[in-house]
Design a protein around this ligand. Structure first.
Ligand SMILES: C[C@](O)(CO)[C@H](O)COP(=O)(O)OP(=O)(O)OC[C@H]1O[C@@H](n2ccc(N)nc2=O)[C@H](O)[C@@H]1O
Ligand SMILES: Nc1ncnc2c1ncn2[C@@H]1O[C@H](COP(=O)(O)OP(=O)(O)OP(=O)(O)O)[C@@H](O)[C@H]1O
Length: 272
């Protein structure tokens, strides 16, 4: 069984405040992209055989153990993870891998487990990847509302510093908090090819940690990309292109400088 663990970007992310448990109340729009990591899974009589980075610390391995334990070890699984996404980039790589393992094991070994809770226990981004597509999220990222968005061409670029998510959130201060995202206005602007009225509250902390990231954002804007924003806790940025040719040109210009991929979000097919 082969699965694509799609990347995600946040079409806007507002930190509404800090919760008693130390996590932050979020308002964000998740959008899955048409490219990501590749997972190969097959049933084995018992146990978990895993081939990929970090061994038993890998989120994909941890997702397999969490599901099989909750399901009472109905059987085992062999997992091969082929990473294609940069790590700690804000593209949800590990979370997406974990979600695909949960979905595959549910198919292989159906069981009455609390799927959303299992997903959330693995990470705040994991519940979204059980859905995919585009969704509005609240809470820490687990209260989801699917949204319809016609396919858009997006370019994703990551260069330089790995930004551990806890470090970026740890750097967030009350002056970084914002109001709710204007979801309808954002969706309208995206549909009309206009500059979307969104922001990412985590850019403030990320730029304080790595001021050089401001230049990356300017560079993507100089290529004519719209809605240029850091994704999640960074340090990957994304921008929206007019069409495939524009996306390809922008990607070619960025290629010598770091990790760059382009594809579609809001639907469409796996490309590049
Ligand atoms: C930045 C985003 O990727 C946006 O989609 C997510 O909010 C982060 O999702 P994630 O990487 O799955 O995050 P987790 O692994 O669950 O949490 C890592 C750390 O980020 C911080 N964290 C995460 C989510 C959230 N709503 N508030 C937080 O403060 C917490 O310090 C937590 O210990
Ligand atoms: N399958 C995995 N893929 C990538 N990183 C993993 C995986 N499993 C565990 N990790 C660890 O988790 C960290 C964060 O991984 P991930 O790629 O999800 O970060 P991210 O892309 O920033 O995700 P997010 O957008 O949720 O912050 C990595 O730096 C790595 O140490």
């Amino acid at each position: 069984m082969e699965r694509l663990a799609q990347a995600k970007v946040n079409l806007g992310l507002s930190l509404l405040g800090r919760r008693p448990d130390g996590y932050h109340e979020l308002h964000t729009l998740f959008a899955a992209l048409s490219f990501g990591d590749r997972l190969l899974l097959e049933p084995i009589p018992e146990g978990i055989e895993f081939r990929g980075p970090y061994g038993q610390k890998n989120l994909a391995y941890r997702a397999a153990r969490a599901y099989l334990e909750a399901a009472g070890w109905p059987g085992g699984v062999r997992i091969v993870l082929e990473k294609a996404l940069p790590e700690g980039a804000g593209l949800g790589g590990g979370s997406s891998d974990a979600a695909q393992v949960l979905l595959a094991l549910k198919e292989l070994y159906p069981a009455a487990v609390d799927f959303p809770a299992l997903a959330l226990s693995l990470g705040a981004d994991v519940p979204f990847f059980l859905l995919g597509g585009v969704a509005e999220a609240r809470g820490v990222g687990e209260r989801l509302r699917p949204l319809l968005l016609s396919p858009l061409w997006a370019v994703v670029f990551a260069q330089g510093p790995r930004l551990p998510t806890p470090k970026v959130y740890g750097e967030a201060r009350p002056h970084d908090y914002g109001p709710e995202l204007p979801v309808e206005a954002i969706l309208r602007a995206l549909g009309r090819g206009e500059e979307p009225p969104y922001w990412n509250s985590l850019e403030g902390p990320a730029f304080r940690l790595h001021p050089e990231l401001r230049r990356v954002k300017e560079e993507l804007r100089s290529l004519g990309l719209r809605g240029v924003l850091m994704s999640g806790s960074g340090s990957a940025f994304f921008g929206l292109a007019e069409d495939e040719a524009h996306a390809r040109r922008a990607a070619e210009a960025l290629r010598p400088k770091g990790y760059v991929r382009y594809g579609t979000l809001g639907g469409g097919h796996a490309l590049h």
